[in-house]
Write a protein that binds this ligand. Sequence first.
Ligand SMILES: Nc1ncnc2c1ncn2[C@@H]1O[C@H](COP(=O)(O)OP(=O)(O)OP(=O)(O)O)[C@@H](O)[C@H]1O
Length: 240
Amino acid sequence: MADLTISLKHLVKKFGNQTVLKDINLDVHTHEIVGLIGPSGAGKSTVIKTALGMEVADGGSAKVFGTTMPNRELLANIGYMAQTDALYYDLSGKENLKFFAVMKGLTKDETSKEIDHVAKVVDLTQDLNKRVSGYSGGMMRRLSLAIALLGKPKLLILDEPTVGIDPALRRQIWKELQNIRDEGRSILITTHVMDEAELTDKVALLLDGKVMAFDKPDVLKMQYEVDSIEDVFLKAEGDL
Ligand SMILES: Nc1ncnc2c1ncn2[C@@H]1O[C@H](COP(=O)(O)OP(=O)(O)OP(=O)(O)O)[C@@H](O)[C@H]1O
């Protein structure tokens, strides 16, 4: 049975006199990949940060696993990948992965197995012993994603994980995300790549501080009478 992993109800978030989130309602369940799309500056990262308790809501409620975040114990069940990479540049990719594996409480055995696996998923196996300071931007994104995947978290929250990643690898990463979903875990993902939004189970369209539409990609395309999520996006914005 699908359980609720994220529940946002009438969420409001202001920065000074700018109300970025006016009334956000969004549920994510186990066995589900939910895509969050919307124009730049619409508040996608703010939704994520408020759900995680990194920003304090000004109204409504944000619960993860039924609890208001932040909650240290629950953090162990969440793999979060932010838009900016939080990596140790003087360490190698492998040393970064080992550090975060320790933070996540993995055993030595689990650590080496998981590092092998997540490095393969993001195609960094050959570069694991290089220092991160010598990585390209795309490699750093890939390492951040690998770190988020470590420890098989029940919930993955990924803020634009595939920026700077080429199409073949993007496809491989999506395969892994779908495997994770099939294992009964859940994923909230923001993206600017509309082809990726087509691969989600449900798409939430964030516009004007609200979730304007939230449904399966095929249902949204039917509702908006268009052939792609990109056109749903454009039509909702009034550009089509
Ligand atoms: N800490 C902050 N202080 C003040 N304003 C902020 C802060 N964080 C975000 N904002 C503002 O809130 C709005 C939404 O930002 P956010 O980063 O959530 O958008 P986004 O949809 O994720 O954008 P993008 O797609 O470009 O990443 C923007 O106008 C941004 O300037």
